[in-house]
Design a protein around this ligand. Structure first.
Ligand SMILES: Nc1ncnc2c1ncn2[C@@H]1O[C@H](COP(=O)(O)OP(=O)(O)OP(=O)(O)O)[C@@H](O)[C@H]1O
Length: 583
């Protein structure tokens, strides 16, 4: 019931069209009910009494009825489709907006294939019932009730005897409804899993091929496809058991009507005209019940699909912009303070586990270049992720210019922090659009300036269409290092007071890395910069180096200080066999 009430919300803006549809449906049904009655008059008054004019008149009236009904059906069909499409449109828009708002912790766990299947198949299933199935159901009910009223008013005894099997038909349908619901639930879930398998397979096709796992992947897909096939066959079996039975009940109802009606006519208790009208009317009872099977199918699909869509819509937005009194981000200069910051991911148990970061206290001056070092998994990326509020701190405070990051307007805050992430994602668009992603109205000069700084301009010039060259979803057509440099240019173009380079030069060769660092020296000037790097060569120009181990700061100082201290940094240094820099 809750689901229906909630779906009503999407119907409300279409109430005018729904009303029109209902009115047309009522007119159509009424006209349908009048037609057999006219046939009765043709038989009893026209044919029976030899009144040719009446026959002609009523045939013309019947033709007129057909025209009105056809026109009504046309308008009603369009209206229903429009209502359905409007519902799809609104639901998709709402779902998409929600997906844009959901935080990183949601996407850490979400499966892309499941989201895709909710956005497409599930919403479509809701639309099919809301736009079409429900109106058909309503129309069927009107016809059913109206027909029985008309028949009863003409000859109630024949009507009641003919309907004797109808309760059995209704019981069969109710049982079908109960059984088919869970099957549709499974089918919708299986479709989500099937899409996930497909999506992961396509995204990871390079790994699949590299490890020659095509056969295993194929088997995995086939097993899920088989499951879906089996459940669909189970559902089809239920339909196969119920639908012919309904046809049978329908046939029996018709025969009963002919038999009982025939006897009543023979005994003079019913006119031939009424008997002829009943032959027509009886389909007004059989047809809605036969159609009800399909409508139940549609309804159950929608009932199982809608909660899958609502589940995403109801996921709480854990990281949202402050509602009132947000601090202005335009004048952020980039003083960053971590005050006893601790952090654990949402699915970690804060009581039992130590968390990803603990007791981080750090003050970074505006314009300072800070390198963050540490072994893999020590919490470097997590530390940086807190700055842009990809995640919120679990304890303590993180301040920028003395203001808690949670008190800034979220979009503004993120625009003031230029990030070159560990994994570069480029959109299937031109190189220009990829660089200008954060500043869509940047001029060509600005874009080229950023590209030069990232040491990618010259390469772009050699591409077939220069800055207009289209690149694939994952920057296919570019090497790892080139992709990283495009991402670097994208961050530089934003001219942010805070710059975050997360392993930003990991995929480039040493010569390019050193060229990028030379160029970055100028870019970093006046900006607070965080550099996460494994290679010590990337961090030697940092004002301060912070060494993380198991989420805690274990060392900090300049390159020279840390070298002389002989701790983790010195070990790393010696491993990389780089000569110490002189102070
Ligand atoms: N989304 C997540 N949910 C739960 N735990 C996570 C998540 N992301 C990372 N972790 C864990 O948090 C810890 C810190 O990860 P983080 O990515 O910050 O490390 P890192 O120092 O940047 O590592 P690397 O140098 O390998 O990139 C790791 O132990 C990792 O397993």
């Amino acid at each position: 019931m809750k689901i229906w009430l909630r779906l009503m919300k999407y119907l409300r803006p279409n109430s005018k069209w729904i009303l029109l549809s209902i009115v047309l449906m009522m007119v159509g049904t009424l006209v349908d009910l009048v037609a057999p009655w006219l046939l009765k008059v043709i038989f009893d008054q026209g044919i029976g009494k030899g009144n040719e004019n009446l026959i002609l008149l009523l045939i013309l009236a019947l033709a007129g009825i057909q025209v009105v009904k056809s026109l009504g059906s046309f308008v009603q069909g369009r209206t229903q489709e429009m209502v359905g499409q409007n519902v799809v449109f609104m639901l998709r828009k709402e779902l998409y907006t929600q997906l844009q708002k959901l935080s990183f912790s949601y996407y850490d766990k979400a499966q892309t294939g499941q989201i895709m299947s909710r956005m497409t198949g599930d919403i479509e299933a809701v639309k099919n019932f809301i736009g079409f199935g429900s109106m058909m159901m309503f129309g069927g009910l009107l016809t059913f009730v109206g027909t029985i009223i008309f028949m009863m008013s003409m000859q109630w005894e024949v009507t009641l005897i003919s309907m004797v099997f109808t309760p059995l038909l209704i019981i069969s349908l109710m049982r079908f409804n109960k059984k088919v619901g869970p099957a549709w639930g499974q089918i919708r879930e299986q479709m989500g899993r099937l899409t996930t398998t497909l999506q992961e397979n396509i995204s990871g096709i390079r790994v699949v091929k590299a490890f020659a796992r095509e056969k295993t992947e194929k088997n995995k897909f086939e097993s899920r496809n088989d499951q879906n096939f089996e459940t669909n066959m189970e559902r089809a079996k239920m339909e196969a058991k119920t639908f012919p039975l309904m046809g049978f009940y329908g046939g029996v109802t018709f025969l009963l009507m002919v038999f009982v009606g025939g006897i009543y006519v023979a005994n003079g208790k019913m006119s031939l005209g009424t008997f002829m009208a009943f032959q027509w009317y009886v389909w007004g009872v059989i047809w809605p019940l036969n159609m009800l099977g399909w409508q139940i199918n549609m309804m159950q699909q929608a009932i199982k699909a809608a909660p899958r869509v609502f589940e995403v819509l109801d996921t709480p937005i854990t990281i949202d912009t402050i509602k009132e009194g947000a601090a202005d981000t335009a004048n952020i200069i980039g003083r960053v303070s971590f005050e006893e910051v601790s952090f654990h991911f949402a699915d970690q148990d804060a009581e039992k586990e130590t968390g990803v970061l603990s007791n981080i206290s750090l003050h970074i001056e505006q314009g300072e270049v800070v390198a963050v070092l540490g072994s893999t998994g020590s919490g470097k990326s997590s530390l940086i992720a807190l700055l842009s509020r990809f995640y919120d701190v679990s304890g303590g405070r993180l301040l920028i210019d003395g203001i808690d990051v949670r008190d800034y307007e979220l979009d503004g805050l993120r625009r003031r922090i230029g990030i070159v992430p560990q994994e570069t994602f480029l959109f299937s668009a031109s190189i220009r659009d990829n660089i200008a992603y954060g500043v869509p109205d940047a001029s060509q000069e600005q874009i080229e300036w950023a590209a030069r700084k990232a040491q990618i301009h010259e390469f772009i010039e050699t591409m077939p269409f220069g800055y207009d060259t289209l690149i694939g979803e994952r920057g296919v057509g570019l090497s790892g290092g080139q992709r990283q440099r495009v991402a670097l240019a994208r961050a530089i173009l934003m001219d942010p007071p805070i710059l975050v380079l997360d392993e930003a030069t990991a995929s480039v060769d040493t010569a390019t890395e050193s060229a990028i660092h030379e160029a970055l020296l100028e870019v970093m000037k006046g900006r607070t910069t965080f550099i996460i790097a494994q290679r010590l060569s990337s961090v030697k120009r940092a004002d301060r180096i912070i060494v993380l181990d198991k989420g805690q700061i274990v060392e900090q100082g300049t390159h020279k200080e840390l070298y002389e201290r002989g701790g983790f940094f010195r070990g790393l240094f010696e491993m990389q066999e780089i000569a110490p820099v002189s102070s």
